[in-house]
Design a protein around this ligand. Structure first.
Ligand SMILES: Cc1ncc(COP(=O)(O)O)c(C=O)c1O
Length: 360
């Protein structure tokens, strides 16, 4: 069974109710009118949408259509990826700190969870040797988020290639959750050419249009994988939902056509805010942060602090600032600080109101 993802349940209580949202991890939603430039959707009984969505995802990721399966966001794509590879009792190797649903999906499909450390004193990088040391004959899947949630740290392609080789030596797969990966160079021509799927025959990638492009509610996601795993994932889709909605396919086709302009929009919304976050953190002697080069969040940790969750909740009540408690990611003395949502001036005000949490 799937246990609750405590972070998601916690944060949903606050979305839309807190004046300074420094917790959300996606570009603010774009309106249908802005995205579609007034276009109308095809009739709902036009079944060509299914094939067009697969073709659109393949084009967007610069991979063959035979390696694509659409999903309801990265969330469902992760589920497809796990079920394509894992049987009960198999081991899945997850990073720590970790985005909680990666654990819950593994538990839910009966896998045994093992972890590898991404250490603060190493800049949260992925160490292939540490991963190699954790592999056992039951390990079927190594999972990495890129950019890393919650630190925003990027994993270089050379490291991903090394991980793929380690996996291959154990007849296992590497799964890269690349939902935040395009942030270093959001594609203004609408084509993301750097999918990890291209890094090795046993590399699977999951992603969506939710985080980088302001399409959180559209749930346009996918898994990219070798063809035989696409067939496995199709079996999961049939066994769980039968078929994804045709309305989803039509929305997805329209959304994929708009990615280039949405990339420009996202870049404009982010300008200068990462730097504001960095300057702000640097004022506090006990605060450290993960120093991501791009993206829309980083992890702040406070030396010597206990679990910050109660103080984060107090800060929400008293100062109206939401951040992502590190305790939900396995780092109780930290929080994820996001600059996705607010314009720069409002973001600065939010940072000021966050000071009691960091300085106190
Ligand atoms: C690492 C990671 N993967 C997947 C998801 C889910 O993304 P989606 O909205 O595309 O389902 C999130 C959401 O926060 C995430 O941080």
């Amino acid at each position: 069974m799937f246990g609750p993802s405590r972070y998601i349940s916690w944060v949903r209580k606050f979305y839309g109710h807190v004046p300074y949202d420094l917790g959300t991890s996606g570009i603010p939603n774009v309106s249908w009118g802005e995205m579609s430039a007034g276009a109308t959707l095809p009739p709902i009984d036009d079944t060509s949408g299914y094939g067009k969505l697969v073709a659109g995802i393949a084009r967007h990721n610069d991979v063959p259509a035979s390696e694509v399966i659409p999903a309801l966001g990265t969330a469902q794509a992760l589920h497809l990826a796990y079920t394509a590879v894992l049987s009960p009792g198999d081991e899945v190797l997850l990073e720590h700190p970790v985005y909680e649903p990666l654990v819950r999906i593994g538990e839910g499909v009966g896998a045994v969870i093992r972890t590898y450390e991404r250490r603060a004193d190493e800049g949260f990088r992925v160490d292939p040797e540490r991963i190699a040391a954790q592999m056992t004959p039951r390990t079927r899947l190594i999972v990495v988020t890129n950019l890393h949630n919650p630190t925003g740290v990027r994993v270089p392609d050379e490291t991903l290639r090394e991980l793929a080789k380690i996996a291959e030596a154990h007849s296992a797969y590497l799964l890269v959750d690349e939902v935040y990966a395009p942030f270093d160079d959001l594609p203004e021509d609408g084509i993301f050419r750097r999918s990890a799927r291209k890094l090795g025959p046993n590399v699977m990638a999951v992603s969506s249009l939710t985080k980088c492009y302001g399409l959180g509610t559209y749930r346009v996601g996918w898994m990219l994988a070798p063809e035989h795993l696409i067939a496995e994932a199709e079996a999961t889709t049939i066994a769980t939902v039968g078929h994804l909605p045709l309305s989803h396919a039509h929305l997805g086709v329209t959304a994929l056509e708009a990615v280039g302009s949405l990339a420009k929009r996202a870049k404009a919304l982010l300008v200068g805010k990462r730097e504001l976050a960095e300057q702000w953190v640097s004022q506090f002697p006990r605060a450290r942060w993960s120093a991501p080069k791009d993206g829309l969040f980083g992890l702040v940790t406070i030396d010597g602090a206990d679990n910050l969750l109660p103080r984060i909740e107090t800060n929400i009540r008293e100062h109206g600032v939401l951040v992502g408690p590190g305790s939900f990611f396995g780092i109780p003395n930290g929080f994820r600080l996001s600059w996705a949502t607010l314009p720069a001036e409002e973001f600065k005000k939010g940072l000021e109101r966050l000071e009691p949490l960091v300085a106190g």
